[in-house]
Design a protein around this ligand. Sequence first.
Ligand SMILES: *[C@@H]1O[C@H](CO)[C@@H](O)[C@H](O)[C@H]1NC(C)=O
Ligand SMILES: *[C@@H]1O[C@H](CO)[C@@H](O)[C@H](O)[C@H]1NC(C)=O
Ligand SMILES: *[C@@H]1O[C@H](CO)[C@@H](O)[C@H](O)[C@H]1NC(C)=O
Ligand SMILES: *[C@@H]1O[C@H](CO)[C@@H](O)[C@H](O)[C@H]1NC(C)=O
Ligand SMILES: [Zn+2]
Length: 578
Amino acid sequence: MAEKKVNYTLLSQRDEAPPPLQKLRGQKRRIWLWALAGILILVVNFTVAIIQSISDEDDGLVTSNKPGCPQYPPLESSSEERQKLEIEVRNELSSDAFSNKSLKKLQGAIQIPTESFDNMGKVGEDSRWDIFADLHAYLKEAFPLVYSRLDVTAINTYGILIKWKGSDDSLKPYLFMAHQDVVPVLPATRDKWTYSPFSAHFDGRYVWGRGASDCKNNLVGILEAFETLLEKDFIPKRSVMAAFGFDEEISGPQGAKFLAAHIEETQGRNSIELIVDEGGLGFKEMYGALFALPAVGEKGYHDVTITVETAGGHSSVPPDHSGIGILSQIIAAIEANPYSANLTPANPYFTTLQCAAEYGPDMNSNLRKAIKRANGSKAAAKSVANYLADQDIAQRYLMQTSQAIDIISGGVKINALPEKVFAVVNHRIAVESSTSDIKNNLKSVISSEILPKFSFSLDAWGDVTGNVSNSSVGRITLADFDASLEPAPVSPSDTDAYKTFTGTIKQVFGKNVIVAPSLMTGNTDTKFYWGLTNNIYRFSPVRDDGRANAHTVDERVGLKEHIEGVQFYTQLILNGDV
Ligand SMILES: *[C@@H]1O[C@H](CO)[C@@H](O)[C@H](O)[C@H]1NC(C)=O
Ligand SMILES: *[C@@H]1O[C@H](CO)[C@@H](O)[C@H](O)[C@H]1NC(C)=O
Ligand SMILES: *[C@@H]1O[C@H](CO)[C@@H](O)[C@H](O)[C@H]1NC(C)=O
Ligand SMILES: *[C@@H]1O[C@H](CO)[C@@H](O)[C@H](O)[C@H]1NC(C)=O
Ligand SMILES: [Zn+2]
């Protein structure tokens, strides 16, 4: 931690950012002086960009495999017979009849309020889970071929596992994931919705409702893809599976955890070719190009409880600092020592930036150069990290461990000193880091900044230091608040699975889409599935303007975009089959 702090201070105290980004800031400051030169540079840059984009098209740049940002070509039909089937499916999915059918299926699923609450008990004990039986009955009716022809198994009552057995057992199955549960609608926000949250109102463009884009659309979309191909009597060579948890929004302890364990038990470790689950980013316009951003990694997660125990007593004769005061000083020390932003090739966001630098025409040329140099030069990487972290907090936390004090508790009586107070710090761990770094860091901040002032003992996960002569009077304890999670292993971007997956994105969403691997700051149900495959892609196949307001008021999904997602799932099944 000490080292981190020094770095941070040095950099933030510097007058000038390290080269080459100092150019960026210098230009801003002396803009009046450089106006003419600036215009000239712009003109030259534009001309170069135009010439480049013209020659790039000739080179097929978007599908070429430049170092740093691997791109693979859109897939094509493998045979004439297959092409016939693909055209048939595509025509059907783009028909009015399908659109109407798809709307009904999606609406029916949204209308069943499968909310999962933080304090939910076990399945079978807490009756709030019962609503999931309604969803199961609905899905069985809406997807008759899936339920009659495929193996559908209930796992821990409400988990759904579907297996469509292929004709060739030597091919590992593709696994599609989604969750059946939705974030609850807060009673206080219910009347803020334009359309009632479980009405699934269709306005001609969007289907509105809780779960419309997170992620009943994926759940229904996957089943529509299965049903459509079953209607065509398609028989896959490669087995295709689906796993639908029911408590993703409360971390998946009863749903995904059981599903993953069941698959691992029945099919073995590393038995799956690839997994596609929901993703946070989907598509995004960046620096003048359209990117698809499947997440190939997730940050880690660690909640730490800090407890301070002090002597109680009457508050008319208080010590200089009560337990609450000391806990406050600990919190202030933690916030004064944030982690720093770092950019290394181990971070998928490093690759996202390489892709943006390679393919985003509107990126400032100094930034572009710095990003490209970041592979070989740690100084360049650091300057890019600092520059982007200052620009915007969302980018900062793709490169930096976050720490947020979210819970505090202590004191119940206005004339009594509290004997025991605590706070909980939530961390999202950078991909290069780990839960043990978090532990060491907290221990070192408290040891260096708090213990010298208060001569307390510090019990950090059982490791006791500080003044232990009277530990019952002054004790600080660090412990896990709940289960922690290391950063996810990063899925490689040179496997056959990745080529098929990204080639399908380009085939369905357009060959000019750049696929850039990305990082999620949150976690999905895939955290239980690491043992099943290295190829895990968190990606919701819905264009950016096709979904809005997940987890809040007026959540919705575009019907046209939803159907494009069905096309994606269908095409991926077909492409996996060669
Ligand atoms: C980064 O450097 C490594 C090792 O020199 C090389 O294999 C890789 O292709 C480079 N990546 C980029 C982004 O240029
Ligand atoms: C689809 O629904 C619209 C609106 O309800 C209707 O006008 C149209 O006839 C339907 N099309 C088909 C092919 O069912
Ligand atoms: C340790 O705590 C006791 C009281 O609990 C105090 O008398 C003593 O001075 C402390 N020792 C140090 C080294 O701070
Ligand atoms: C420890 O603190 C308690 C409570 O204030 C006190 O009664 C006791 O004498 C102390 N013991 C030592 C060894 O200082
Ligand atoms: Zn979700």
